[in-house]
Design a protein around this ligand. Structure first.
Ligand code: SAM
Ligand code: SF4
Length: 418
């Protein structure tokens, strides 16, 4: 059997798309190879959100070109945000790439089988893309230019896919989109994310539902209420703030202020006191001064997130910020701010996790990792536990006996659902 190899970089949506493409290649008669050198088909699923990621993708493509010189049978396929909407441009730039197709779409060089392309044994926690694209055009972000406008799948279609995943063994689904709070607005019946959550909630055998990413300007009270009242919906929200300073937020075109964001978090915490919050933050956005950075730092410290994904600003072609705003924060200063936020996160998450010592938690066990079972709490915290029992896919009660900023170690108390 010819081999295929996947090289994926970037967000969870890219990961989900690569998983789906891998299954398609298997239906086409390929089997997974251990390394690119052993494959006849290599797929590069690319990210260009930051320059660093784009450089990695370009380097990888050139490495594959030399591999192809040695092995003329090798076919290279490219998808993801490097491709974007205009394929002809990228074809000119990388003429040695055999197949090119846009992010979220399917290859067109062979027939695609009818129906969902799902694995026979899907993971305990399965990613399900519910919408493509983004309409927001934050001034720093290249995603809307590469992934196009928002396009949602219908509740019926998503419901069928989730039911089938559950039938084949999944117990949790992670609903993915760049801005899931605007799910459905362009569909004829205009369903919203809360409607989708309610519909999926009724699927027997499904234990948990997660979703990401949320946009603070679009989260509705209806969604907060739905989360609070639907027990299968995890107490976990990815709520990217990007900056804590109002002038920078306006320059980013985020559509909310520091105060509005804080009020939203208060409302969410009132409805769900046990909510776990994650955020994304950019440091060194054009013109960000010390005082403005301190606003971000203070917001991070005040909210007490469970995870902060912090990145140094990187100008991206096509975006308003790259065109109209000078990238005037020196690299060394961006790195200093990045380190301050990383240190803060280590300290606050470390403290929050330490407070969980000797407490009980419900964990959905996803699989084995270095001889230990690995799973997540309702809030999404990573837990490891030792047991000789076959726990994959089980919902278990555990007691935490060791903590770090990155994960929790626990002992099995009992199995709640197997
Ligand atoms: N849709 C989500 C949102 O609204 O935040 C996230 C999508 S974006 C692809 C993922 C993260 O990359 C963003 O949250 C942002 O922090 C970061 N990012 C996007 N453009 C960036 C840039 N030009 N420089 C640095 N970080 C960037
Ligand atoms: Fe990019 Fe903003 Fe859309 Fe997120 S909401 S993908 S940051 S444009």
């Amino acid at each position: 059997m010819p081999g295929y190899y996947l090289w994926t970089i970037g967000c969870q949506m890219n990961q989900a798309e690569s998983d789906r493409l891998g299954r398609l290649f298997e239906l086409w008669g390929y089997s997974l190879a251990d390394k690119a050198e052993d494959a006849e088909l290599v797929l590069v699923n690319s990210c260009v959100v930051r320059e660093h990621a784009e450089n990695k993708v370009v380097n990888r493509l050139h490495l594959l070109r030399s591999l192809k010189n040695k092995n003329p049978k090798l076919k290279i396929a490219l998808t993801g945000c490097l491709v974007g909407q205009d394929i002809s441009l990228i074809k000119k730039k990388f003429p040695f790439v055999d197949y090119i197709f846009g992010p979220g779409s399917m290859p067109d060089w062979r027939e695609i089988p009818e129906g969902f392309i799902l694995p026979l044994r899907p993971p305990v926690s399965a990613n399900v893309t519910i919408m493509q694209g983004c309409n927001n055009f934050c001034t720093y972000c290249v995603v809307p230019y590469r992934r196009g406008r928002e396009k949602s799948r219908s509740i019926a279609e998503i419901g069928c896919e989730v039911a089938e995943l559950v039938r084949r063994g999944s117990r949790e689904v992670v609903l993915l989109g760049q801005n899931v709070d605007s799910y459905g607005h362009e569909l004829p019946e205009k369903p919203c994310l809360a409607d989708l959550l309610s519909a999926l909630h009724d699927i027997p055998g499904l234990l948990r539902i997660r979703f990401l990413t949320s946009h603070p300007k679009d989260i509705s009270q209806k969604l907060i209420d739905a989360m609070a009242h639907l027990p299968k919906v995890c107490r976990s929200l990815s709520l990217p703030v990007q900056s804590g300073d109002d002038t920078i937020l306006a320059a980013m075109r985020r559509g909310y202020t520091n105060q509005q964001y804080r009020e939203l978090v208060e409302r969410i915490k009132t409805a769900m006191p046990d909510i776990s919050l994650q955020t994304d933050l950019i440091v060194g956005f054009p013109s960000e001064n010390e005082e403005q950075f301190n606003q971000s730092y203070k917001l991070m410290a005040d909210i007490g997130y469970d995870a902060i994904h912090v990145a140094a600003y990187s100008p991206r072609p096509q975006t308003v910020a790259a065109r109209d705003m000078a990238d005037d924060v020196p690299v060394i200063e961006k790195k200093r701010r990045l380190k301050l936020i990383e240190d803060l996160q280590k300290e606050t998450v470390g403290k929050a996790n330490a407070a969980l010592m000797d407490t009980f938690a419900e964990v959905l066990v996803e699989g084995l990792q270095k001889n230990k079972w690995q799973g997540r709490t309702l809030g999404g915290k990573l837990v490891f536990l030792e047991s000789d029992l076959p726990l994959e896919g089980c919902l278990v009660k555990v007691k935490i006996f060791k903590t770090s900023p990155w994960s929790l170690q626990a002992k099995l108390v009992n199995i709640l659902e197997s």
